[in-house]
Design a protein around this ligand. Structure first.
Ligand SMILES: [Zn+2]
Length: 617
């Protein structure tokens, strides 16, 4: 529903919130002059172009043009709506919000997300306490058997959901949560006995959002060889279950442990995706901290998008079998959709999971990680393993079977390498011959329009002659840019003559639009200037201008000179257009007209000189 949060509260929150602290959770920032710089969390880069301006509470990336204030930062990075981002920020900043003119029902709906999050946090505490208590004995033994210490359990927030129908429900009700809140948080279901705990007799793993601030869901695992008192009448309960989806939890977006793995993923520039919660924990314990898991669901484009924010490469731990082949195939097409640079596979030996590998120690894991293969390589090897290459017919069929995989690689050199190193030796044919045939296939596929689309480089966003874009070369545009930048960055240095500047003093239409937006509001309030602009593209440009560095730290004299030069240049343009008029009219002008023109010239020239000389003092 639409936000009815008190407008003053939003304004105050926006002003008071510490944008550097909020952004600092997603990328590390270093001080650079009055600003902070870091690697952009929205695009991949090696040198920092992501800039935070704590004075105006704004951020802007000079690499990808992403920018805004602290609220839009949270919106973008966590995919939140505006009111959700405001509520998140209020929690981060310990700044309570007032909700206005709402009926009790509306107020409840708006604060819903916060209530659900609170219920999830309370549940996590309950489960942790249960694990520590007498009821948690069997679970503690199970975890110890898997090599987890008490410290590990605490670090990952592990808990125990008792084997009772409504242990959690009763506890949360005592804490003041309504039944509907408990079930909407995905923690309970309504059954014949009323509201029933979703997790019963299970070790629970809290799942956090990527920021690590909020518990959004739980995963639960039954203990091996233990009969549940609250189990199904027939058959076995599933080994793993997860919270049901809720307003705060979407399976297809959420990755277990991304909150802990994020910084290591950024450092290594690669994410490792495994299947189970225990796999992740086993790896993290060894110091392999870039591991995450999907929450009981197949990988989706949203998962890839979440990872792509931190690293351009993803490694999937997959079984080297037909299921692994299919998973690699699926991952490749999803990655292509998202524009992820590379998907690789860590092939798992039959019947073993990453936790088993972790049992062998960190060296075994790192060695396995060194042996990762690209998804295509993994797939080709799978095809070759099962192929009949004893007969010429078999050989031909085998190398042709790899074509659908190879055709999708846009890079010809890369295709050739796979043929030379993998396919040709397996079928004992010349790589060149196979390549020739593949090339024909690629051409045909392109003709059919079925070849994979090669991602186009992003089009340049800036129009030529745009004063707010990259460095213009026209001296007039440079001047306009400098004047506007100074006005945005150092409004206190503007001379009194600034009041005499008009939109006509600027030549570029964009400069005029910006100047007009600036004239309507207090220049100190950059947010208001941005709000007064006609569209987002313009806002992005102006934000960049406001946050760009000037070569010299301007003083009042320098600013006065800039303003004078701007006005003098406008006078010069007037002189120019008078002269054009005179030339055009030529013989039609009588002596009287000519005299008037000359007087006008002299007048303009005097104004121009006064302006330039005046600024010298
Ligand atoms: Zn960026």
């Amino acid at each position: 529903m639409a936000g009815r949060i008190n407008e003053d509260d939003i304004r105050t929150l926006r002003e008071r919130a510490d944008i550097a602290a909020v952004v600092g959770d997603y990328t590390s920032l270093k001080r650079a002059g009055g600003r902070l710089k870091g690697l952009c969390p929205f695009h991949e880069e090696r040198t920092p172009s992501f800039t935070v301006d704590p004075t105006h509470n704004l951020f802007h990336c000079f690499g990808c043009d992403e920018g805004g204030d602290v609220i839009s930062f949270l919106q973008k990075i966590e995919s939140l709506t505006f009111p959700e981002a405001v509520e998140r920020l209020s929690r981060l900043s310990n700044f309570p919000l007032r909700y206005e003119e709402l009926s009790p029902g509306q107020r409840k709906a708006l604060g819903r997300r916060t209530r659900l999050t609170d219920a999830l946090v309370a549940a996590a505490t309950f489960y942790r306490t249960q694990l520590e208590g007498p009821d948690g004995e069997a679970a503690r033994q199970y975890l110890a058997g898997r090599g987890l210490t008490r410290d590990d359990a605490q670090r990952f927030g592990l808990g125990w959901a008792p084997d009772r129908w409504d242990g959690l429900v009763r506890h949360l009700a005592q804490e003041g949560f309504e039944h509907s809140e408990i079930s909407d948080a995905g923690l309970a279901t309504i059954g014949r006995q009323g509201l029933t705990d979703r997790f019963r007799g299970r070790v629970v793993f809290p799942i956090y959002d990527a920021g690590g601030k909020d518990v959004v869901a739980f995963g639960g695992r039954i203990l091996p060889d233990v009969q549940l008192k609250t189990g199904p009448r027939e058959g076995q309960p599933p080994k793993y279950i997860n919270s049901s989806e809720s307003a705060v939890y979407k399976k297809s977006h959420t990755l277990y442990a991304l909150n802990w793995a994020r910084s290591e993923i950024t450092r290594r520039q690669v994410a490792l995706v495994v299947e189970g919660y225990m796999d992740v924990i086993a790896l993290h314990r060894l110091g392999v901290r870039h591991a995450v898991a999907t929450c009981g669901t197949a990988l989706t484009t949203d998962h890839f998008r979440a990872l792509e924010k931190f690293a351009p490469r993803v490694v999937l731990a997959l079984d080297a079998d037909a299921a692994g082949f299919a998973a690699a195939e699926r991952a490749r097409s999803l990655a292509e959709e998202v524009g992820l640079r590379e998907v690789s596979v860590l092939p798992l030996p039959e019947g073993r999971d990453p936790a088993d590998l972790a049992d062998e120690g960190v060296d075994a894991v790192e060695a396995a990680l060194h042996g990762t293969k690209t998804a295509v390589e993994f797939q080709i090897e799978h095809l070759l393993r099962g192929a009949d290459t004893a007969t010429p017919e078999g050989q031909t069929a085998t190398y042709r079977a790899t074509f659908p995989l190879l055709v999708r690689l846009p890079d010809r050199v890369l295709r050739y390498r796979y043929i030379r190193d993998l396919v040709a030796p397996a079928v004992r044919l010349s790589a060149d011959r196979i390549e020739q045939e593949l090339d024909a296939e690629v051409t045909a596929a392109r003709g059919r329009g079925s070849a994979p689309a090669v991602p186009e480089p992003a089009p340049a966003r800036r129009a030529p002659g745009d004063v707010t874009g990259g460095e213009p070369s026209d001296p007039q545009l440079i001047l306009e840019r400098e004047v506007l930048r100074t006005a945005l960055q150092h409004p206190q240095l503007l001379p009194s003559a600034w009041k005499l500047v008009t939109a006509e003093d600027f030549r570029a239409p964009l400069s005029r639009t910006l100047f007009e937006a600036m004239s309507d509001v207090q220049l100190e309030d950059l947010g208001a200037v941005l709000a007064a602009l006609p569209d987002d593209a313009m806002r992005s440009r102006v934000r960049a201008l406001a946050m760009s560095e000037s070569r010299v730290e301007p003083d009042a004299g320098h600013v006065a000179e800039l303003v004078a030069r701007l006005r003098a240049a406008a006078v010069e343009r007037e002189v120019g257009s008078l002269r054009d008029d005179m030339t055009r009219l030529g013989e039609q002008l009588g002596p009287e007209d000519r005299r008037r023109y000359v007087t006008a010239f002299e007048e303009l020239e005097r104004r121009r000189r006064t302006l330039l000389e005046g600024s010298d003092h």
